[in-house]
Write a protein that binds this ligand. Structure first.
Ligand SMILES: Nc1ncnc2c1ncn2[C@@H]1O[C@H](COP(=O)(O)OP(=O)(O)OP(=O)(O)O)[C@@H](O)[C@H]1O
Ligand SMILES: [Mg+2]
Length: 531
């Protein structure tokens, strides 16, 4: 059943009977005004609209517009009394799909058929277009989501679009880690002038760029969990666990690669430190055992020398030799005692005045400092009573003062400050050890500042590592590492600032220690012995 909407007399009985003759079953409704046409369109669907060339209340153009406005596809065919090429052109311009004259109504059936088909095609095309638009919007949204993710994740992500990896892009996190400019090329396979300012090592060896994870993946290999080390221009290094996968084109051929680089630098450092501290602990135990074994014969020899010294009638040169032997023995005793002390577990903590401790340490080194022309300035705005282990803290302050003196070499200043602070004002450091507990807990800040040359940036990171020293044979590189441990054991923390600016260079070590219980008004973190 063909549903025909007739504008004016276009679908009159004559036309209808011709269509029926052509084999159509149809139902015709007639409208003559704009309003009637609109209502008819809104009421039901129509298969075809037949229109006169001109009806006073509704032109072909208006009819076409109303159809378009409703996104209706029903074909609009003008059935006209008038003949002529211009009339047809005019009707088509006005928006009709076809033009049939009353003397050639045989054409009407096929025209309707064709236009209905066309309309179906148009509908289909529009549906496809809408689908694509939807798909596109969805795609854009997903790309935006992915982009946000890539920008956000704290993992290094690298992408290359070419199998030869001449250009590799990095996400912002990776750019920050590698300290390269945004959107720069991070590929070592790039032309020389575009190459990034770092080297990459695998198992400690520099390898040809072709063997790096991204390059391998871009050729079709999958790389999982490979350790790589990036050495930046300033000599600092970063370690990553790299995984990379191939990107394929529509024919399944490699067209690039994507890689993820997880920063494992700190993990590796921690591993390294742990190994060192284990080594150190066993060395300490060994030294303590040996020192203990030596102690007994040592005492016997000391006694023998004492008796010899008192023997009457000894020739003067022999007495001199005994005196030398006694002096050397004293040195040996001292070394043994220190070695024993190094390993000895601390007993219960005692109350200590930081200012007193400082004075003690300074008096110990006064001669050395004086002869080097180094001035020590003391400013104690607190006696800062804390609870802790005096021997260990003395070790911390000695090392800091000697480090400062070593750095200054000749004619400089060391400032020592002791003052009360609340923990709230203690600056947090990203990598520093964290203080747990009450943030309003009061404490003492101890500052050791020097006017030395400062510590170069590349050394700062390694300062607290065991065995890091710039003093060759003269230093063990354990001073700061041990100090850090002692301060942490006291529930405190240590911070360093340094500048190498000529004329304004120097280094400041600040130590925060919680006050003893009765002074601080809150309970300090208990200090565990032998921790
Ligand atoms: N005040 C300072 N000014 C300049 N460099 C410093 C200062 N303090 C420490 N350093 C640097 O830090 C390194 C490590 O210091 P640390 O006290 O751990 O070991 P060390 O002094 O070399 O050896 P040790 O303490 O066993 O004698 C030093 O070798 C030095 O390069
Ligand atoms: Mg030192």
């Amino acid at each position: 059943m063909l549903r025909v909407l007739s504008i004016g007399d276009a679908g009159d009985d004559f036309v209808a009977s011709e269509l029926r003759r052509q084999g159509y079953e149809l139902r015709v409704e007639q409208v003559c005004t704009r309003e009637a046409f609109s209502q008819a369109l809104d009421r039901q669907a129509w298969d075809v609209i037949l229109s006169e060339f001109s009806v006073p209340g509704l032109t072909v153009q208006q009819a076409a517009q109303l159809l378009r406005a409703r996104h209706l596809d029903a074909p609009l065919i003008v059935v006209s009394n008038a003949v002529g090429e211009e009339k047809a052109v005019e009707a088509m311009r006005a928006g009709a799909h076809d033009f049939v004259t009353r003397n050639s109504l045989v054409r009407l059936g096929p025209a309707i058929e064709r236009e209905i088909d066309e309309a179906a095609n148009r509908r289909e095309r529009r549906r496809a277009e809408l689908f694509i638009v939807d798909l596109n919007r969805d795609l854009q949204r997903r790309i935006a989501e992915l982009q946000t993710l890539v920008n956000l994740v704290p993992v290094g992500i690298a992408i290359t679009d070419t199998p030869d990896c001449r250009f590799i892009r990095a996400n912002p996190a990776f750019e920050r880690m590698l300290e390269v400019a945004p959107s720069s090329n991070i590929s070592l396979s790039a032309p020389v002038e575009e190459r990034p300012p770092f080297r990459i090592l695998i198992s400690g060896q520099e390898v040809p760029p072709d063997l790096l994870p991204m390059q391998r993946a871009a050729r079709g290999e999958n790389v999982t969990g490979q350790e790589v080390e990036f050495i930046r221009e300033d000599g600092t290094s970063l370690r990553f666990l790299a995984s990379a996968v191939t990107l394929l084109d529509e024919n399944g051929r490699p067209r690039g690669a994507v890689g993820a680089f997880a920063d494992i630098t700190e993990m590796k450092q921690a591993e390294h430190m742990l190994r060192n501290s284990e080594k150190l602990a066993s060395v300490g135990r060994l030294a303590a055992t040996i020192a203990h074994e030596i102690n007994n014969p040592l005492e016997a020899v000391t006694n023998v020398l004492y008796l010899l010294e008192r023997t009457a009638g000894m020739p003067p040169y022999a007495a001199e030799l005994v005196a030398i032997a006694q002096k050397e023995m004293q040195r040996i005793s001292m070394i043994v005692k220190q070695t024993l002390g190094f390993h000895r577990e601390s007993v219960a903590p005692v109350r200590i005045s930081i200012a007193d401790l400082f004075d003690e340490v300074i008096s110990l080194y006064q001669r050395k400092l004086d002869s080097a022309g180094i001035h020590v300035h003391r400013s104690y705005r607190s006696r800062g009573e804390i609870e802790g282990y005096p021997g260990e803290l003395r070790q911390v302050f000695s090392n800091l003062i000697i480090n400062a003196a070593d750095a200054i070499a000749r004619g400089g200043h060391i400032h020592l400050r002791v003052q009360d602070v609340t923990r709230r004002f203690w600056p947090e450091r990203r990598r520093g050890p964290r203080l747990g507990g009450n943030s309003s807990l009061n404490g003492v800040r101890v500052v050791i500042a020097d006017t030395g040359p400062g510590i170069p940036a590349e050394n700062r990171r390694r300062l607290f590592e065991p065995f890091f020293t710039t003093k060759g044979e003269k230093g063990t590189g354990l001073g700061l590492w041990v100090s850090q441990g002692i301060i942490m054991k006291h529930g405190g923390r240590m911070q360093m600032r340094s500048s190498t600016r000529p004329g304004r260079s120097g280094t400041v070590f600040s130590i925060f220690l919680p006050l003893a219980a009765s002074q601080s008004g809150s309970t300090p973190k208990p200090v565990a012995a032998g921790e």
